[in-house]
Design a protein around this ligand. Structure first.
Ligand SMILES: [Zn+2]
Length: 171
């Protein structure tokens, strides 16, 4: 009986630990993304893309349509798939768009998207005051060690504008 009890205890411990990690997620980053797809792409097509990558969690917590509607994709206690290696401590937001008709990176946020994005970031920053607001590309390695993530160092263009600079007054 003893080993069995041990196993039960171990299972309980793992279950508690997983729950605990979820509930007390320490948010260090509020990350801005683009979907890198058409501005009027449907949520279903984005979700189909995530499934094709074999993801069990969504890519973001919130998504903002071209019309400025904020879609809640996952609650903030859940871990989503925005930036590999940083998801446990991040909240991810994406606007639909970020590429032109030929697939080239472009900041094509609509006025409505900009307004909703700023409102959502303001609310999140109030909730997580110590979190840093930055773009996906700001997670790139600082290759020359000058403290800035520059164009030639970006691993991705996402979110196709300087989120760190644009929302610096919220920090
Ligand atoms: Zn991204």
């Amino acid at each position: 009986m003893v080993p069995r009890l041990g196993l039960v205890t171990l299972h309980c411990f793992i279950a508690l630990k997983l729950n605990y990690d979820r509930i007390v997620r320490k948010i260090k980053y509020i990350v801005v993304h683009c979907t890198a797809g058409p501005q009027h792409q449907t949520l279903e097509s984005v979700q189909a893309h995530w499934r094709s990558l074999g993801w069990r969690s969504p890519g973001y917590h919130y998504m903002i349509t071209a019309g400025g509607t904020v879609l809640t994709i996952a609650t903030e206690d859940l871990i989503t798939n925005g930036v590999k290696g940083f998801n446990r401590e991040s909240i991810h937001i994406a606007y639909f768009g970020g590429v032109d008709f030929s697939g080239k990176p472009i900041d094509n946020r609509t006025f409505a998207q900009k307004a909703s994005l700023k409102k959502l970031l303001t609310e999140l920053k109030k909730k997580y005051p110590t979190a840093t607001i930055q773009g996906h590309r700001d997670f790139s390695p600082d290759l020359d060690g000058d403290g800035k993530i520059e164009f030639n160092e970006w691993i991705k263009y996402c979110p196709c504008f300087d989120a760190k600079e644009e929302y610096s007054d919220l920090s």
